[in-house]
Design a binder for this molecule. Structure first.
Ligand SMILES: Cc1ncc(COP(=O)(O)O)c(C=O)c1O
Length: 389
């Protein structure tokens, strides 16, 4: 195995105007938070997603933290979050000194909407405009639907009950740039633009990257203004250094936004590439007994950020862990889905609600290489290794 033949899970592709725009930042010495690219990146992301406002941050986690705060999530409030997700939204809840309530997943790895609604109906009371958890007595302030692997969460019924119950929806669309609904009430709306606030990540493994970066999306001008204020140290008078509340140094640097602008120009190609990869896997792997490429929701156009294979070890003859190790020896990086959050050592004591499907999904699924720049040879090699050819 050589480095040339190593096939990583999801790496960036930096073949556009990145050098030119970064060089401009270096030449003009506008590398930090001032400079034209931050505003331009925000404007281009807003135009692309259809959000009225976009506020750039240093990463997706900080975007989530600020969005929760802007949604009125206070210390000791509770926030419903799926157990099956990268840990960031859970940590963002804890940064706000609020409390996660863990929820199960549906067949697309997303928040189980039926169970979430059942929980709200059966396990909470609504009194004087506040939804309270019957078990803990605490206010349920928000829900974070996470669009896992770029799969859009079905939000219609959840949005209805949450508006009736004064529960905010903060969409974690960190993995879902490029995903939009193609039917239903939210037809044509992009993931991250249905709730009052949504978030994106531009981490190195995402469909576009700024090295590290994030974005807050909202249609509400006053929320956008407050997000910009909080993410730049809450400057009430920038010249005289007057700050009237706690702020954060969360603004995306110009030099990284420059990479983002160049990356966004190439997003249509990346989306096409990832869809082709997904289709190749579905066509070639679904015919292997015991393997199945997990399908994506029919109600949305998916960004196919990561393709996932589900293994039936009894039929395939090999379990997830063994398959991952076997592929590694062939130079193919795969990854299990995240360890479930309600089982993490520091999170075990928080409430979880009827979690069963997420356990099965995690046990038997493996994320496959899905980088936009995978070659046909890479794909053929992966298929051959999976089929044992
Ligand atoms: C679902 C999800 N939420 C939040 C984040 C946080 O983004 P960041 O790494 O930019 O902080 C990530 C990825 O990194 C993610 O996958």
């Amino acid at each position: 195995m050589t480095d040339q033949t190593y096939i990583p899970l999801s790496t960036p592709s930096l073949c556009g105007n990145e050098w030119e725009y970064v060089k401009e930042c270096l030449d003009t010495e506008w590398v930090s938070t001032a400079g034209k690219y931050v505003g331009l990146f925000e404007q281009k992301i807003a135009e692309y997603t259809g959000a009225r406002h976009a506020v750039a941050t240093v990463n997706g986690t900080s975007a989530l933290q600020i969005s929760l705060q802007l949604s009125g999530v206070n210390p000791e409030d509770e926030v419903i979050v799926p157990t099956l997700t990268f840990i960031s939204p859970v940590h963002a809840i804890l940064y706000c000194q609020s409390i996660p309530v863990f929820m199960d997943s549906d067949k697309y790895f997303n928040l189980d909407i039926e169970k979430t609604i059942q929980f709200i109906n059966e396990e909470t009371v609504f009194d004087q405009g506040v939804t309270k958890n019957k078990t803990t007595g605490r206010r349920i302030a928000a829900v974070i639907p996470v669009h896992i692997f770029g799969n859009a969460v079905w939000l219609e019924e959840l949005n209805t009950i949450c508006s009736e119950r004064n529960i905010a929806i903060v969409e974690d669309a960190c993995e879902a740039l490029g995903t939009f609904y193609n039917s239903g009430r939210y037809e044509d709306r992009h993931a991250g633009t249905v709730g009052r606030l949504g978030n994106l990540s531009f981490n190195g493994n995402k469909i576009i990257t700024t090295g590290g970066g994030g974005m807050i999306l909202t249609n509400d001008a006053s929320l956008a203004e407050k997000a910009a204020y909080l993410t730049t140290q809450s400057k009430d008078d920038a010249v005289h250094y007057i700050h009237n509340e706690i702020g954060y140094n969360f603004r995306l640097p110009n030099i990284l936004a420059a990479i983002g602008v160049a990356q966004l120009e190439q997003l249509p190609e990346y989306l096409k590439a990832r869809k082709t990869i997904y289709k190749y896997y579905a066509d070639s792997i679904n015919i292997i007994p015991g393997l199945h490429i997990v399908s994506t929701p029919e109600y949305a156009q998916n960004n196919h950020w990561i393709s996932v294979v589900q293994i039936d070890p009894k039929i395939y003859g090999t379990g997830r862990e063994e398959l991952m190790l076997r592929l590694k020896t062939e130079g193919i990086e795969t990854r299990p889905i995240w360890h479930l959050n309600h089982l993490q050592k520091h999170l075990k004591s928080y409430q979880s609600y009827k979690i069963d499907k997420a356990l099965d999904l995690v046990d038997n699924c493996l994320c496959l290489p899905s980088s936009s720049n995978l070659t046909n040879d890479n794909l053929k090699h992966i298929k051959e290794c999976l089929s044992g050819d």
